[in-house]
Design a protein. Sequence first.
Length: 136
Amino acid sequence: MLKGKKILLGVTGSIAAYKAAFLVRLLVKEGAEVKVVMTTAAKEFITPLTLSVLSKNAVLSEFTDGEQGEWNNHVHLGLWADVLLIAPASADTIARWLMAYATTCCWLYICLPAALCMLRLPWMWICLSIRQRMII
């Protein structure tokens, strides 16, 4: 079902970020090609190296390569992917994404079909502004 699909996985800063490794492994096992972008906060919970090894692709978290000063072509990723999967999606991430407020290269793909996998926090659904902006 996922064979040949190109999935751009956005990993955010949450304790649930460690589950991204399992998710990448399952997606690759099902035949999807996976590339990962992650927030700086996500790197506090899981390393880019882990996700790079599992996805077999480099992981981006900044607009530029800090050591070489080269531009990371995040626009190319948006054109490459079939879908953006943000997992886990924290309240902060959802708010920034809904307002098209990109502070990292992770959230510049708002023209892609997207799936946001929210944390299991019921209070996130209490917020009227989130419910009004989300298409379920």
